[in-house]
Ligand binder design. Structure first.
Ligand SMILES: Nc1ncnc2c1ncn2[C@@H]1O[C@H](COP(=O)(O)OP(=O)(O)O)[C@@H](O)[C@H]1O
Ligand SMILES: [Mg+2]
Length: 321
């Protein structure tokens, strides 16, 4: 479905040094492939070479041959490529055109002249498949990060591409929404679609992926079946700059830290308008500690950190000792 033959690409920068080199890759129809490796290793560049954004939008020098479904991609226009390949970017906002969710899902199909009736059919089927009917007819700006990502997935799925390319799709998602994304990918796999995912987070793909491509400094270093990849020890994964293949587990912490070297905050509350959004009886933070604030999308992390700063205005109450 996708073939890269002796492909090298260097961006039009002063040194012409950044890009990818000597890429030979053959991805079969129906495969789910992970592209992984440290930041800057070339994952995104590979996705751009496949979907045509490089060199069309990210100019540079391309050598070698890229075949999409047997056709040399240099003979295809971006318009033709976009019907074969659906791309989902890291930040879904960067691909939205509409202000309402249903319009966004329809947008690609409207551009390619799909009939009105057929668009309605596809929207119905895809939102059912992806279990997201509740997201129809919503204001796109009022959706959470995960909901936006689902709309992005549905809008490319509505074009019925054979290939899906996702670039770090989980980076703005919480654990719960990552498992929704996993179901979306499972659904595409079931339909026999080819799925290519550039990712840092690996654990959620372990039961879906067929193959893992590991890159370093713009080159493919390993091309492994998922079974081979699963045999790699955790310590070696870390040496390779990769994350764990198991979800991170947190242990409940006993708060025996109540010595004098603590900040304590009591009765923290914050309301946007009338709605009390944050209501925390007390938190103790040791001096000099680095504290992570974790929680699902929409749990209140940013409000807790920035409430009543320039970013969020509302009504805050808090006693600090
Ligand atoms: N638009 C661009 N212009 C110039 N250089 C770029 C551009 N995008 C990426 N690069 C460079 O290409 C190399 C590969 O980057 P990228 O494909 O974004 O890696 P990854 O997605 O694995 O983090 C890096 O050296 C990066 O700095
Ligand atoms: Mg990237």
């Amino acid at each position: 479905m996708v073939v890269l033959e002796n492909v090298s690409f260097s961006y039009n920068t002063v040194e012409h040094s950044a890009g990818v080199y000597d890429i030979n890759l053959e991805i079969l129809s129906g495969q789910v492939v992970i592209l992984c490796g440290a930041s800057g290793c070339g994952k995104t560049t590979i996705t751009r070479l496949i979907n045509g954004l490089s060199p069309a939008y990210y100019p540079g020098e391309l050598k070698g041959k890229i075949l999409i479904d047997g056709i040399d991609s240099s003979e295809l226009t971006l318009y033709e490529l976009s019907q074969k390949i659906g791309s989902v970017f890291q930040n879904p906002r960067s691909q939205f055109f509409s202000v309402d969710s249903t319009g966004e899902i329809a947008f690609g199909c409207e551009n390619t002249g799909v009939s009105r009736e057929e668009i309605y059919k596809r929207i119905g089927r895809i939102t059912k498949d992806l279990n997201m009917e509740y997201l129809l007819d919503r204001d796109i700006f009022a959706l959470s990060g995960g909901e936006k990502q689902k709309i992005a997935c549905a809008s490319v799925a509505a074009m019925l591409p054979e290939i899906f390319i996702l670039d770090e799709p989980s980076s703005n998602l919480d654990l719960r929404t990552i498992s929704d994304l996993k179901e979306v990918i499972r659904n595409w796999k079931k339909q026999g679609k080819t799925v290519i995912i550039a990712e840092h987070r690996l654990y959620y793909l372990m039961e879906l992926a067929d193959r893992v491509i590991y890159m370093k400094y713009g080159r493919i270093v390993n091309d492994l079946s998922i079974d081979e990849f699963k045999k790699i020890e955790e310590t070696q994964l870390h040496q390779m700059g990769l994350r764990s293949v198991c979800p991170v587990k947190f242990e409940e912490r006993n708060d025996e830290n109540s010595n004098k070297n603590n900040f304590s905050f009591n009765n923290i509350s914050f309301s946007y308008g009338k709605r009390k959004f944050i209501d925390i009886p007390d938190i103790t933070v040791p001096y000099g500690a680095i504290v992570g604030v974790l929680g699902y999308n929409g749990a209140g992390k940013s409000t807790l950190s920035f409430g009543r700063s320039k970013i969020e205005s509302g009504n805050r109450q808090c006693n600090i000792k």
